[in-house]
Design a protein around this ligand. Sequence first.
Ligand SMILES: Nc1nc2c(ncn2[C@@H]2O[C@H](COP(=O)(O)OP(=O)(O)OP(=O)(O)O)[C@@H](O)[C@H]2O)c(=O)[nH]1
Ligand SMILES: [Mg+2]
Length: 362
Amino acid sequence: MGLSCGIIGLPNSGKSTIFNALTGLSVPAHPYPFCTIEPNLGIVQVPDERLSKLASIVKPEKVTPTTIEFFDVAGLIKDAHKGEGLGNRFLSYIRGVDAIAHVVRCFKREDVTHVYGSIDPLRDIEIVETELAISDLEVVEDRIKKLERTSKTHGEKFRKELDLLLEVKTLLGSGRFIEIGLLKEEQKSILKSFSLLTSKPFFYIANVDEESLEKIPFPQVEEYARKRKTAVVYICGKLEEELLRFSKDERRAYMEMYGLKDLAVEKIVKTAYQLLGLITFYTIVGKEVRAWTVKKGTKCVEAAGKIHSDMEAGFIKAEVISYEDFIKAGSEKDAREKGFVHVEGRDYEVKDGDILHIKFNI
Ligand SMILES: Nc1nc2c(ncn2[C@@H]2O[C@H](COP(=O)(O)OP(=O)(O)OP(=O)(O)O)[C@@H](O)[C@H]2O)c(=O)[nH]1
Ligand SMILES: [Mg+2]
């Protein structure tokens, strides 16, 4: 399974509309708050031009892209932790995701009520992020209580965990966030098991009006995102949902009309991959051309393990062709004749676009 991404935000911010635009599904997205109650799950094939190009050369029977899972959950409001709206229990559905897309309402539309009566993206962001932090605080405080009961008898390991959680508690309690990048490896691995929402990679989706697509309607969101070291993706959910209903050609024509280079799914995949430091490698085996997603820095033997555990256990070597060389050569055979294949060992760091042929012993 590839990447998973949770979509959160205030009610009526356009989460389900964007979910539909990303997945091609048709979950209810109506102009009243708390339209979504139970979470929606959709799996999308990651659009990949390089995979299509490889497939057009190799002409395999099967082309397998990587996938990304989206979760659309209910809207969060102020004091959700005290049970307001639908409460905050549904957040447990997104504790398991790899990244969070926070939808921020920037579109005006009078007939879609805003739970706080006005369009104010920074206020909305703060409300949602405060609820995430409080939800994390609940998790952390629970664990602290347990540890305080047992740490005296369990020694060093528990002490370290307790100290870290007390730090996190102070941080979240004072309205600040954990910066994972600043933590030691040991601390990262302690925190991992709690799946804290505020420690996940995240980005904002500014859900804007059609007319605002070409300019930045709320520069303060951009500024705030910079401070939080993340990105803003500009999408008009409504337009994107409609685009999916058109044929490919009509869609391109409309996209040009609105000055859109990429579809929402392409923008989001690009942003999430960058944020998580992900790369794609390819395999051409028998009748299948397939894309795989791994973290930048992944060793060849680990990449082999992603394909099959036997390949990792019995790894001998990998024959590697870069995507560019493959295209330049025009076929695998020509790539081999031109000397574009390099043989690499288990510690070779896989590069984005590499085409791997793993040799292994069973
Ligand atoms: N004009 C305009 N309307 C939008 C846009 N995105 C969503 N809407 C409308 O806003 C309303 C609410 O959208 P939803 O997608 O249901 O919002 P939600 O965030 O899922 O709301 P809850 O499930 O209640 O939390 C719908 O009527 C949408 O058609 C947009 O980009 N532009
Ligand atoms: Mg919804």
